[in-house]
Design a protein around this ligand. Structure first.
Ligand code: DX5
Ligand code: ZN
Length: 220
């Protein structure tokens, strides 16, 4: 099977030391850095924007996996691309034309992802598998870290895995929300190959990051 990649979500990091936190999880074995961008409108929380992404960029060579929970999203795509994002993932509900928004992302020279909320059907992603490099299955409602993993995500991951393999698509399958060693292992069994994890990576502080990431990778 595919190698599992671990993407720590800096939503659970110390926001007063984001550069150091990114370096610490990179040293601890992270494969990408997941950056949650929230606008207080699409989701009921506010985090950071393109300026912070640009400030983080020099701190790591790992891909910046930027999860945009903002609406409308189109006008901000070039700003995040210029700031140094490697992947921009958007929600279908963030604009009237998902296909066009995904093309804007690729036109900006970065990889494109589509994110499915718990109540968003898999079929929306199936329509755009040729237009994306990543599908993100949300296993919580977006907005906050530390929520409980929703089991329904597993069936959605399995369905997407079948479609990605059947079509021979070069598309990563990422899961986000409530991922710990145990839920992560089940998501990988269902077909996920990228695990986003906030609280389970950053718990215990920098001395614990390597063990936390290793536990996720080992699935227990
Ligand atoms: C939720 C974010 C997640 C969040 C996950 O809106 O998309 O990336 O940080 O946090 P945990 O791993 O704590 O559930
Ligand atoms: Zn996220």
């Amino acid at each position: 099977q595919n190698t599992v990649r671990i993407a720590p979500s800096i939503l659970a990091a110390d926001f007063a030391q984001l550069g150091a936190e990114v370096r610490a999880v990179a040293d601890a074995g992270a494969d990408m850095i997941h950056v949650d961008v929230m606008d207080g409108h699409f989701v009921p929380n506010i985090t950071i924007g393109p300026q912070a992404v640009g400030a983080l960029r020099p701190h790591t060579r790992l891909p910046l996996d930027v999860h945009l929970m903002i609406a409308p999203v189109d006008a901000y795509i070039p700003m995040f691309a210029e700031a140094g994002a490697d992947i921009l993932t958007i929600h279908p509900e963030a604009g009237p034309h998902l296909h066009r928004s995904l093309q804007l992302i690729r036109d900006a020279g970065v990889k494109a992802g589509v994110a499915l909320n718990p109540a968003t059907p898999v079929s929306l992603a199936l329509e755009v598998l040729d237009e994306v490099d990543l599908v993100l299955v949300m296993s919580v409602n977006p907005g906050f870290g530390g929520q409980k993993f929703q089991e329904r995500a597993l069936a959605k991951i399995a369905e997407l895995r079948r479609a990605i393999d059947a079509g021979g698509h070069d598309v990563a399958l990422e899961v986000d929300g409530g991922i710990k060693a145990e839920t992560g292992a089940r998501a990988v069994t269902a077909g996920a190959d990228v695990l986003v994890a906030g609280s389970s990576v950053f718990k215990g502080g920098p001395d614990a990051y390597a063990a936390n990431i290793a536990a996720l990778r080992a699935g227990g």
